[in-house]
Design a protein around this ligand. Sequence first.
Ligand SMILES: Cc1cc2nc3c(=O)[nH]c(=O)nc-3n(C[C@H](O)[C@H](O)[C@H](O)COP(=O)(O)OP(=O)(O)OC[C@H]3O[C@@H](n4cnc5c(N)ncnc54)[C@H](O)[C@@H]3O)c2cc1C
Length: 293
Amino acid sequence: MKASAFAYARATSVENALELLADHGDRAKVLSGGQSLMPAMNLRLISPELVVDIGGLAELRGIAVRDGILRVGALTRYVDLLKSSEIANHAPLLADAIAHVAHPAIRNRGTIGGSLAHADPASELPACVLALAATIIVRGPRGQRRIGAKEFFTGIYETALSPQELLVAVEWPIAPKASAHFFHEFARRHGDYAIVGLAAQAVIHDGRFADLNLGFFAVGDRPFLAGAAGKLVNVAVTPAVLSGTLSALADELDPQEDHQATPAMRRHLAKVLLTRCVVALLDRPELNAGVLI
Ligand SMILES: Cc1cc2nc3c(=O)[nH]c(=O)nc-3n(C[C@H](O)[C@H](O)[C@H](O)COP(=O)(O)OP(=O)(O)OC[C@H]3O[C@@H](n4cnc5c(N)ncnc54)[C@H](O)[C@@H]3O)c2cc1C
């Protein structure tokens, strides 16, 4: 199948892109790497009248560290993130996650801004930006807005972006020295969308979590920051503490049923991931015994 007829405009600047979006409202769609937009158009799931191609806007590309903040431009591609020493040094969670996103052909074109704006609940990067407590930077007709990752994802393929707004960058504090991360997903084959996944960012002092963010994906209609993490922070993690945390996690999840898994299977896999995460981050293999039934 091919896309319905549409008009095409190659934006010459962010301002020009915003003018085009303001003129056409929800009849226009932004094109970044095209790895989700073009398949959706070809399947006629969406049929915009105008495609606004921002792919040539160099001002939206790049990775920079300043005053303890890592800033990534919206058009920065997966492959750029994978090769970046700033990401490897200051946000290795992201590099681990991207290795699981699709295949090289898609990673060569897909962008961080496109992934976040697309907001697929089974995507890796939305869960990572939750775990990293990132801020999404957006520009629109009324200027710039900064939106916390927790507020950005509002439903399946839905975000706090309005049709007139452009996601321009993502920022988060660089990982402090005592930080650690964990990333794992269950998928049928490497590169497939996850059945359930977990992106976690932690600060560990003297064998205890001083901070822990658990960003689950493919467990509901949007990426999910688990409140159960609070039960593991500033306490000695015993099998009983971990067991209580797993129950709290199962209670707060509301997973969907689809062709890949039932809600019960997703809850179970989320608990397996959390157990593995705690065991790996605290280096406590004995915690694995008997907490999951
Ligand atoms: C075979 C295949 C396998 C895939 N596997 C995975 C996977 O395992 N994990 C995963 O996460 N993804 C996967 N994807 C999807 C893909 O990685 C991302 O969704 C995609 O790269 C999004 O980035 P993009 O730059 O291509 O966005 P586009 O396709 O250009 O745009 C996606 C959406 O975001 C909007 N948009 C884009 N940029 C902006 C912006 N700056 N401001 C506002 N709105 C914007 C567009 O209008 C569109 O609605 C797969 C895709 C394919 C084709």
